[in-house]
Design a protein around this ligand. Structure first.
Ligand code: UDP
Length: 403
């Protein structure tokens, strides 16, 4: 879902005019070229979040950027979620029939879609088979992987590799995800948009009214994890952390998230979370509809500490979102998260429930230390993970495909 974005020139107040001038210079070199992004969901999750900002901003720079979403039924998305989980190292059987169905739905999409990009920019495994059209279309193809590839199951990895290596290049979010491939690989980390509804400054009245709307007490500490309801985000682990900390410190837990149309597992996870939360009135499990950006922004800004206790994580936009708001973030040292957090400098990295409990107690008890982590975290995000840097990297990538 394309969102309203700011004028690209407005970002100069954050990143400086020279950065914006360079983006226009690079965009000009791609004038007339179509960049067609294809992924598997228009809302929910980090990929849709980024595309909803990136595509309109690229247009402002003169690039003919487009965004299309493949279609699939529940059977297809159940299979793609299995592939997703297996790539994240989860032991899960995937049958030959399922892989054949996965290919078939991709081929149906290829027949129905207008594959028109000068650069075909295919995001994640779900639409990866579209590369079969490479010869018919004859343009440049890049595969953009947002998945944590540190410990993929080899069977599914080998299946995907047979497709990945037909692309002109593959793009990964973190050095740890690079694979032995016969094609060039680029490292481009994701980003957040500082001027979006999700990240812009908010008046205190807006923050207060969101807390009132959800019945959250303003006077006691708020610990928050924003995430799709997905086992890989470990929401049950978060509840355990909260319960152990709560024995010592009176705080509240907010677990807020929605679903994604390509993630059929969400309802089951939400049910498990609600059961684990039981009847504790200080655990707020909030099922958010899509595009509740102001609400998410307000919840993050109202938080004393933000958690991201993922078991696997391609990047973790929610970490960047929290740090950008100068919040202390405690997050698992997995996938792309350590790119964002230098331990005890710009946040806290943990490896276990015990560790998370320990540091959550410390940050709630030492607000000055917590504040320092948040300030350093904001600076780190400003220097490395804002959308202007991301656009520059993509423009250079697209240009490199034509030279
Ligand atoms: N998000 C959202 N609504 C929700 C839950 C998450 O808008 O109910 C957003 C969140 O703020 C972040 C993105 O979705 O911008 C999630 O990206 P992340 O990289 O953290 O995880 P992913 O869902 O891609 O695994």
């Amino acid at each position: 879902m394309i969102k309203m974005v700011a004028d690209i020139r407005e970002y100069s107040s954050i990143v400086g005019q020279a950065v914006i001038d360079e983006l226009f210079y690079l965009g000009d070199k791609l004038k007339g070229k179509i960049v067609q992004n294809i992924n598997s969901t228009a809302v929910g999750g980090g990929v849709a979040e980024i595309l909803s900002r990136m595509v309109p901003l690229l247009k402002q720079l003169g690039v003919d950027a487009r965004w299309d979403v493949i279609k699939g039924n529940e059977k297809f998305f159940t299979i793609t979620k299995k592939i997703h989980n297996a790539l994240h190292g989860v032991d899960i059987p995937i049958s030959l029939d399922e892989l054949l169905y996965f290919q078939e739905v991709n081929r149906q999409n290829a027949n129905e879609m207008d594959l028109c990009g000068d650069v075909m920019f295919i995001h994640d495994p779900q639409p990866i088979v579209l590369i079969e059209r490479r010869e018919a279309i004859g343009k440049k193809w890049a595969w953009r992987c947002h998945v944590d590839f540190t410990t993929p199951k080899e069977g599914v990895m080998a299946f995907l590799k047979s497709y990945i290596e037909r692309y002109d290049c593959a793009v990964f979010s973190a050095p740890a995800f690079a694979r032995k491939l016969s094609i060039p690989q680029a490292l481009i980390s994701p980003s957040i948009d500082p001027l979006s509804d999700k990240n812009k400054e908010l008046p205190q009245e807006t923050i207060n009214s969101v807390l009132d709307q959800f019945g959250i007490d303003k006077m006691r500490p708020i610990v928050t994890q924003i995430s799709r309801f997905d086992y890989l985000k470990d929401p049950i682990g978060v509840i355990e952390v909260y319960k152990r900390v709560k024995r010592h410190i009176d705080c509240q837990l907010v677990l807020a998230g929605g679903g994604a149309t390509d993630d059929p597992e969400g309802a089951k996870v939400l049910e498990d979370v609600r059961n684990a939360a039981a009847d504790d009135p200080d655990i707020h499990v909030l099922l958010l509809p899509p595009a509740k950006d102001i609400e998410i922004n307000a919840l993050q800004r109202a938080s004393s500490v933000i958690l991201q206790k993922s078991l696997k994580e391609g990047f973790g936009l929610t970490v960047a979102e929290g740090l950008w708001k100068a919040k202390p973030v405690i997050a698992s040292a997995v996938g792309g998260i350590p790119l964002q957090i230098a331990h005890k400098y710009s946040g806290i990295l943990t490896y276990s429930i015990d560790g998370t409990v320990h540091y959550l107690k410390q940050l709630l008890n030492e607000p000055e230390y917590a504040k320092k982590l948040g300030i350093n975290g904001r600076e780190h995000i400003k220097n490395n993970f804002l959308i202007t840097r991301h656009i520059r990297d993509y423009l250079l990538l697209f240009l490199s495909l034509y030279h």
